[in-house]
Design a protein around this ligand. Sequence first.
Ligand SMILES: Cc1cc2nc3c(=O)[nH]c(=O)nc-3n(C[C@H](O)[C@H](O)[C@H](O)COP(=O)(O)O)c2cc1C
Length: 417
Amino acid sequence: MKRVDDFRLQFGKDKQEYVPIMVGGMGVDISTAELALETARLGGIGHISDAMVQDVSDRRFDTSFVKDKTKFYKYNIANSDKSAVKFDLGHLAEATNRHVAGTMEAKRGDGLIFINCMEKLTMNAPRETLQVRLASALDAGIDGITLSAGLHFGSFGLIEDHPRFRDAKLGIIVSSVRALQIFLRKNAKLNRLPDYIIVEGPLAGGHLGFGMDWAKFDLQTIVTEIVAYLKAEQLEIPLIAAGGIFTGSDAVGFMENGAAGVQVATRFTVANECGLPANVKQEYFKAHEDDIVVNTISPTGYPMRMLKNTPAIGSGIRPGCESYGYLLDGKGNCAYITAYNEQIALHPDAKNISVMDKTCLCTHMRNYNCWTCGHYTYRLKDTTRKLADGTYQTLSAEHIFHDYQYSVDHKIALPVG
Ligand SMILES: Cc1cc2nc3c(=O)[nH]c(=O)nc-3n(C[C@H](O)[C@H](O)[C@H](O)COP(=O)(O)O)c2cc1C
């Protein structure tokens, strides 16, 4: 009976071999530097995320990007037109640099650290800000970049002149063979293929690359289609399967069917090194299957999976764009601002309003009040012990990583009590 440790992941002609486990990016700072560093130390591939990187820098390095931005745009807080609220590209570069360089300097072991860049963070100037995010991460020495959530087909082109464009690992997340085909076609002239393709199915956490009919799709079918496509095109790009891979045996199943590795996240949301606050980790442990919902409250327009008691649902807080503004499209709009203004117009005298359609994702993700999670979150309680006080024991990232790496027969090793 095979286990994950019987496989190794290689990128193209690169001789180096890795444990074929990637821990996926989880913004905002849920996949912390500590989690990524542990994964790399154990020989796998960890991700940090650049979502709301200025805020992450403030917390990690005591900078004051958010405070300064809020002060600068204070005059606009009551204004529903947010088009004036821009990111200072120099500050964005500095924050990214600090986050990435601070992580890379601490790296030990044979693994790699990548950064997850969600292209849906349009930041009121999609092209310019994404270019700065990607280039600064490369400047600061990141091993690789995973482009996700709202894949722009032109993103590789934004960094084609960067000296590390051909040596850093660049990967994409897709949820269909069609998205992959379009990406490859649009980038053909750059003569630069992705180094890896993460194929994310409908059971993943965070935003889904599917519509509300996500339940009609299944990861293995999509993986099989993409494996066949890559073979037909004679493209030897490692495929990483993601979404709902809960045990080492699940991972082996995908690797026996064409995947070169797996990307996992949900099991690590209850790791000691994960950025979620302790009380939120307990919410994840306690969840039952019917507590996990997929809804459309994300202003990005993508369905998102979360716990149904997440405080972000129905919250009617004032849009926080002067401090954050990561989801403003190029014209200063965000679907939450529209939904919020509709409710204000309907209830002009109300002290508090509730907004059900959309949520202020920046503020709620920043405050860990949007409890996004994977489909199998309800199984987390089976991965640990219940303590005398009724809470569940959180786990070390090493324990979870090794359980994926060495377990057989769908067994899950409990932590030492
Ligand atoms: C709490 C949480 C937050 C996530 N945030 C992001 C994100 O910011 N960007 C992204 O590309 N994927 C995100 N994901 C998806 C994961 O990186 C990963 O691909 C997926 O969840 C793997 O499936 P699993 O959670 O069933 O193991 C997130 C997942 C979780 C559980």
